[in-house]
Design a protein around this ligand. Sequence first.
Ligand code: CU
Ligand code: CU
Length: 488
Amino acid sequence: MANGQLNPGAREELRRRTMNGPRPMGRGLLAVAVAIPLILGVMAGAMGGYLLRPPTTSATSGGATQGFNLDIFDFYFMGVGGTIDGVKNPQVNVTLGNTVRITVTDKVTMMHNIYVDGYDVQSADVSSLGASATISFVADKEGTFAYYCAIPGHRALGMEGKLVVGSGVGGINTLPPIGPEVLPVNDIIRNASDVPPPITRTTPATVEIWLNATEVNGEIEPGVSYLFWTYGGQVPGPFFRVRVNDTVLVHFHNDASSMMTHSVDFHAVTGPGGGMAASMAAPGEWGNFSFKALVPGLYLYHCGTPDVPTHIANGMFGEILVQPDVPLPPVDKEFYVGQSELYAKWPIHTLGNQLFDGQKLWDEQPTYFVFNGAFKALTGAHQLTAQVNQTVRIYFADGGPDFISSFHIIGEIFSRVWQYGDLTDPPLHGVQTVLVPPGGCVVVDLTLEYPGDYILVDHALLHAVDMGAVGVLHVTGPTNSTIFNPGA
Ligand code: CU
Ligand code: CU
């Protein structure tokens, strides 16, 4: 990938910032956080605090050693033994000055670890069933500190608990200040004209498509960096074009620089998971499969790796067009636009390195709505251009993960609409706004009669004007006062 890589220094910086990045408590965590003091309070009352003691304590020079065992699941810690037994993301209480030893054991096959904020202690990664790792440190700072899995994204998915040292007052379990832009960024905005030419073949064939998952730092808007998870380094992923009854060989590769497992689920596939399980690939690995494109249409594809909404929200979706036997009417220009939501830690327009926020996703409270990955991305240098008397086709996708798009172009009327991306039935004509569900696509045509800037929006207009789902179709050519007369 020409533009897909971060240098090691930048990746380390990103890792550090991501690790330090806060997250609000998920609903489950919140429940645990509320429940633990209640439970502990009740126990303390009944048993004089006996059960508040950790499971193992042994005397060492300068303080006792307190040991804890945590099992690791996707995506939480589970206490083992003592008062934390069976408690999800348990609060770990230790005495100031004691040595703390925490052993984590992987109960799944995904890579995880444990990191303790404030003490900057991180275990080795564990990635196989039954593998374990231990951290040990002296609890010499009073306060409340977050512990979490430092694999990027995992903390946001719920792998977080609290270490309480002594009174628990103090600590750095607070939001780090969002700093000035420090990370190099790639242009993650997919150019809307990045559409391969129509297939002119009249018979089915075996075709190969190549897809590379890569995690890249890009800009949501100038001065706001964000770690996108992408196909091919841009959002949406590459546009694929095949023909009905083609056999498609999918070469899916997860870039070696990735932190996450990725995969792809093509909605054009007839087969389990759309290829999701067949393509599931750890960093550096391949996940290949083939399918027969049985039904013509415009289809979404997206990552199918849990948590799927997180992977889509971070940029992992794209389109595949399965051309019908009878091709669509030719047009002068074709464009590719994909809408999605971004869920960020800090409010919209906050400068610095933004972080994904799993709680905002859970609450369905997007920070941005975007076309092609970024705030008002398809404007300026990325605007769509055409001329009067040209016909234009837009292949539009709604990756979501959660919101419908009411796709509209201000000042234009769609002359043809293949609703839901259905290319088998005749198109609708004369449509102002099309409803596109998350996980769906639409093909729209328009003819251009008059020059000017035509604004692409999600006509849930807050999503557009304020939150960023905006594009410009810039049309040049002669005016025609019988069509439109601004001075009449
Ligand atoms: Cu993914
Ligand atoms: Cu899907």
